[in-house]
Every structure is written in structure tokens, then in C-alpha cells.
Design a protein around this ligand. Structure first.
Ligand code: PAF
Length: 283
């Protein structure tokens, strides 16, 4: 595996791969890799000849009160893991080169960023869309793989890719979970043992809503109520939102219509740690 930090060097390597007829698959990450990221690299490998994984803790997607400084980092371990999952090039740009003095250009996606994560984290998706657009310019991928865990991010990046005419196919990898159901996330390390125990309620409440839907329930309010009740039973849990929305537009639903694609999603705080999870239901 080749480790590249310079943008010009990354662009030359991508050009060379393209000139020799290779398909490039990209997996953008913020590092502190776990099995969820590695599964995305394997998916990218199955769609491309060379996988470029980027590790960049992107300052523009963190709010002023968020965890940019303390976001977990372990580049040596990440380097070993990325190589083991079939990454050909590990791209680790610097903040100074990505956002030099005088930097002033942003990619901003309207409407679908006004709800859910975008409502609670203003500016977050502007940072995500901007950095992913820049990473696409650096690595020139034919295909890029993102995780379903960040469902709204996927919707925003699909829109940005389409609207800005990037010739990049977006592929979505399934959520990878711990044995007890907690969705893998680099932020799980922040949880105390007690918060970690209680955090399985995210997965359990999504599963409960899924069960109710399978049993015929179609009222979004009833589904949200059932999820809220389960979460309220966990003393450490504080709900940011629970949503039953159209999977494409992210508009909240009152009633689940036959044939609808529905995104059940939630964000819950455990102490200082904010966790998100979701489940897609096709009726
Ligand atoms: O999902 C992430 O890790 C980040 O939001 C991404 C897509 C790498 C952009 O910084």
C-alpha cells in the first residue's frame, strides 16, 4: 500500500491509474477505522481495480461545540487495517493543504440538509459535501462507497454528485453492528461501560418499529411512540430526534403508504456522546 499526503501527488497517482485503464474505488473516512470502514473497502475492491481510502478529520464538518480536537485518531493502526482490507493508496491530506489561508469555497446542498442531522448540526453537511467534492477532485474515483449508517449523508452526497456532475457512482454499504446490535462507530469509544450497555436501545427500538410495521402498523406516530418508550427506559439516554421519513426526500411521514421506502432514524445522546442509527423499510 502506498501512503500519499500531497494533493498533487494523489492527483498524479489517480491519473496514472486511469491512464493504465484501472477503475478507482474510493472510501472517504475520518480514520479510527473499524470493521464498518473495512467492509466499505472490501465493497470498493469488488467494484474497482484500485482502492483509495482517505483519512482526513475534516474540520469544516464539526460545529464549534463538537469534538474535532478530541476525535479519536490512530494513524499507525489505521494504516495496517487499511492495507489488510485491500486499500492500494492511503490518502492522508493535511488540513493546511485542504484548507489553506484564504480558503472560501463550499458546496452547499439545499433542502435535504434542513432536517434531521442538518437541523441539529447546522453547517455539518456543508462541510461534508465540500470535503467529499475536494476528495473526488484529488482521487478521481469511478466509484465511491459510503456507509448506510450515515443515511442522510448518503442522500446529501448523492445529490451533490448529481448536481455537480461528478462522474462517480455512489455505492452504499450496509450498517455493520457489534454482536449486541450497536452500530459500529468511531465515537463508540467515548461511551462509559454503563452508557455502552444502555446504547443497545437504539438498535432494539428500530427493531421494535420494524416488528410493528411487519404486523401491519402504518401510523408513524405509533412507531415513534413505541421507540420513545423503549429509549425512555434507559436513564442515560436523551433523544435528539426520532424520525419516520420518506427515504429519498427525508420528509416526515404521517402514514406509511404501500410501496413507500421509509427511513426510520434516530439520534440519542448518552452523556456527552451522540449516537445515530437507522433502518430502511420498503413496503
Ligand atoms: O462519514 C465520514 O466519515 C465523513 O463524514 C466523510 C464522508 C469521510 C467526510 O469527511
Amino acid at each position: 500500500m502506498n501512503v500519499i499526503s500531497g494533493i498533487a501527488e494523489m492527483q498524479s497517482a489517480a491519473e496514472e491509474l486511469r491512464r493504465s485503464g484501472k477503475r478507482i474505488g474510493m472510501v472517504p473516512t475520518m480514520g479510527f477505522l473499524h470493521e464498518g470502514h473495512l467492509s466499505l473497502m472490501r465493497i470498493a475492491r469488488s467494484h474497482a481495480d484500485a482502492v483509495v481510502t482517505s483519512i482526513f478529520v475534516n474540520p469544516t464538518q464539526f460545529g464549534p461545540a463538537e469534538d474535532f480536537e478530541k476525535y479519536p485518531r490512530d494513524i499507525e493502526r489505521d494504516t495496517r487495517l487499511a492495507a489488510s482490507a485491500g486499500t492500494a493508496i492511503l490518502f492522508v491530506p493535511t488540513v493546511a493543504e485542504m484548507y489553506p489561508d484564504g480558503y472560501a469555497t463550499y458546496a452547499s446542498v439545499d433542502r435535504i440538509t434542513d432536517v434531521l442531522e442538518g437541523k441539529v448540526r447546522p453547517g455539518h453537511f456543508r462541510g461534508v459535501a465540500t470535503v467529499v467534492a475536494k476528495l473526488f477532485h484529488c482521487a478521481a474515483p469511478h466509484v465511491a462507497v459510503f456507509g448506510q449508517k450515515d443515511a442522510q449523508q448518503v442522500a446529501v452526497l448523492r445529490r451533490m454528485t448529481l448536481d455537480l456532475n461528478f462522474p462517480v457512482e455512489i455505492i452504499v454499504g450496509p450498517i455493520v453492528r457489534e454482536a449486541d446490535g450497536l452500530a459500529m462507530s468511531s465515537r463508540n469509544v467515548y461511551l462509559s461501560p454503563e452508557e455502552r450497555r444502555q446504547s443497545t436501545v437504539l438498535h432494539r427500538s428500530l427493531a421494535k418499529a420494524g416488528e410493528l410495521i411487519r404486523a401491519g402498523e402504518r401510523r408513524a406516530g405509533v412507531l415513534i411512540g413505541a421507540m420513545s418508550d423503549l429509549i425512555a427506559a434507559q436513564a442515560a439516554a436523551k433523544v435528539d430526534y426520532i424520525s419516520v421519513a420518506d427515504a429519498d426526500t427525508l420528509k416526515e411521514l404521517q402514514v406509511l403508504a404501500q410501496g413507500a421506502s421509509v427511513l426510520l432514524s434516530l439520534a440519542v445522546r448518552f452523556g456527552a456522546t451522540r449516537l445515530i442509527d437507522n433502518s430502511l423499510v420498503n413496503l
